[in-house]
Every structure is written in structure tokens, then in C-alpha cells.
Design a protein around this ligand. Structure first.
Ligand SMILES: [Zn+2]
Length: 310
């Protein structure tokens, strides 16, 4: 998830920089406060920006699978998939595949079971266990899944592994990477319009306003949205693991174990973090558990907690 968001954001920043350079050129060509023509040009520019924003909103409005949440996403699926492929190739080129055959088999087996209920026929699935003490995992757009060895001890069993894999796969199914990229592009666009609109104010006022805008966006839009993505991935992931035949009651247990292991470390407070706290996560999942258990009971093949991994 982090890999693809970083790549997507980089592309977006390049687009926004090009736009900012163009705005700076416009400011030089049309000096401030020199008559009606200048004001008309500014009004026309702002109207065009507003029109383009409205068009992006119309073209980019989608809904997430499983939850049906309205989602602003105007990045083409083909671009998302190809960035996923490239990022995966780069990660694999820099990584070593695990030699632990029992764990590797569990990753492939669990991943295949989840992929069969993911309703993503255009995904080209691949599941790898990487030799690294990192306690992490990701699924890139298009279904490229990597698990780092360091997280396996917290999983304890295949159902725990299914919690991790389902959560990461849910991010890809819900196109969270493309949504973040669309948000970043929108924020940069509004910032550019704000900068232009304030070009007649003093540099000090302009700087203060832009700083306030940046802080407001970071804490009011981007970070909460990021936490929302995490909670949504937990909710979708719980359904996926239940449908794949793994006992969903393992999900709050896994996050409880993971949270305990992290206690005492320098975890940022939840309101300023991109992730919900593990305690919050465990309690949210526990609330969703009755529905997930009903889904699990209605599934044809049930594996319970699956094989033990530790
Ligand atoms: Zn996540």
C-alpha cells in the first residue's frame, strides 16, 4: 500500500508542479492590479479552474466495492494496474524470497482462497513471502501480494495470516491508492487556485493563509481519510476472510496481539496518525464480528483457524 501510494503521489506532485510553474508564468505575464482586462483574465482563469474541478468531480465519482462508499477517483484503472506491476517488479528485484517452505505454502494457499472470493477477474494474482524481519505486508493494484516474514509470528495460524492478507487485498480492491492520488491532485489544484486568488495580498498574509490551508487539509482531509481507508480495509477484509472459509473471530485476536507487541514503542497518538490505534481496530472488528460469523457459517468450505504457523 505504502509503495503504490508513494509512487502515485510522486506522479501527482509532478503534474501539480507543472501546473504551478504555469501559474507563476501567468503571474509574470499579467501584472497585478492594472485594469479591467487583468481582472477579467483572473475571473476567467478562476472560472475555468472551478469548471475543471467540477468536471473532475463528475468524471471521478465512483463507489467502492463491498461497502458502496462514494469515492472520488479519476485515475484510470489501466494506469493504476501498470503502476502496481512496476512497483512489484522493483520490490521483488530488491528483496529475497523466503526459504521457509511451510510459511510460503501457507501464504500461497491462503492468498488463493481469498482471491477466489474477491470478485476481481481482471487481477493477475501473485503471492510471495519475503525474507525480512519487517512486520509488514502489501497488495498492489492488480493483485500482487507480498508478506514479510517478520509478521508471521503475530499471525500464529492461517486465520491470522488471512487477517493480514485480506486487509491488504481489501486496499487494492477498494482502489485506495488511486483515491489518495486523486485527493492529492485535488488538494494541489485548490492550493494553486488559492495562491493565485491571493496574489494581490501581502507576502506575509499569503504565506500565513497557505500554511493554514496546508495544516487544515492535512488534519481535516488527508489523515482522517487515511484512517478511514484503514477501517474500511478492516471491514472488507473481515468479509473476505469469512467468505474464504477462515474463522473471522481471529481478526480482533490478531490486532490485540499486534497491539500488545507494539506497546511501549513510540506510537503516535491516533488523531495525528495515518492508522487507527490497534485497540480501536480490535474493538471495531469485534462489533462487526456477528455478521462476519454468519457469513462464515454460510460458507461451503470452512478451515477454522487453518494450519498452525508458530
Ligand atoms: Zn492498511
Amino acid at each position: 500500500m505504502v509503495v503504490v501510494v508513494t509512487r502515485l503521489v510522486k506522479e501527482c506532485v509532478e503534474m501539480a508542479d507543472a501546473w504551478n510553474k504555469e501559474s507563476a508564468c501567468m503571474q509574470q505575464v499579467v501584472p497585478d492590479g492594472v485594469g479591467e482586462e487583468v481582472r477579467w483574465n483572473r475571473r476567467r482563469w478562476l472560472s475555468s479552474a472551478a469548471g475543471l474541478s467540477a468536471l473532475s468531480l463528475c468524471c471521478g465519482c465512483r463507489s467502492t466495492p463491498f461497502t458502496g462508499r462514494p469515492q472520488l477517483r479519476f485515475i484510470p484503472k489501466s494506469m493504476e494496474m501498470s503502476l502496481g506491476e512496476q512497483s512489484y517488479a522493483e520490490v521483488l528485484a530488491e528483496s529475497t524470497v523466503s526459504q521457509n517452505t511451510a510459511w510460503t505454502d501457507a501464504v500461497v494457499r491462503t492468498g488463493q482462497r481469498i482471491s477466489q472470493v474477491a470478485n476481481a477477474p481482471d487481477f493477475k494474482w501473485d503471492f510471495r513471502l519475503l525474507a525480512s524481519p519487517k512486520q509488514n505486508a502489501f497488495c498492489l493494484p492488480g493483485g500482487k501480494v507480498a508478506i514479510y516474514e517478520g509478521i508471521i509470528p503475530y499471525c500464529e495460524n492461517e486465520a491470522g495470516l488471512a487477517v493480514v492478507m485480506s486487509h491488504e487485498i481489501a486496499h487494492a480492491l477498494a482502489h485506495h491508492g488511486a483515491e489518495r492520488m486523486s485527493q492529492q491532485a485535488g488538494v494541489k489544484g485548490v492550493g494553486a487556485v488559492l495562491g493565485w486568488a491571493m496574489s494581490e495580498t501581502t507576502p506575509a498574509t499569503r504565506e500565513l493563509s497557505m500554511k493554514a490551508f496546508g495544516t487544515g487539509v492535512q488534519y481535516g482531509v488527508l489523515l482522517p481519510y487515511s484512517r478511514h481507508h484503514e477501517s474500511e480495509a478492516d471491514a472488507i477484509g473481515l468479509q473476505l476472510m469469512a467468505k474464504a472459509g477462515y474463522d473471522p473471530s481471529e481478526a480482533p485476536l490478531f490486532w490485540g496481539r499486534f497491539g500488545q507487541a507494539k506497546s511501549g514503542t513510540d506510537t503516535p497518538p491516533e488523531w495525528a496518525s495515518t492508522h487507527p490505534s490497534d485497540d480501536r481496530r480490535a474493538s471495531d472488528l469485534a462489533a462487526k464480528l456477528p455478521d462476519a460469523l454468519a457469513l462464515y457459517q454460510s460458507t461451503g468450505s470452512r478451515y477454522g483457524k487453518g494450519e498452525k504457523l508458530t
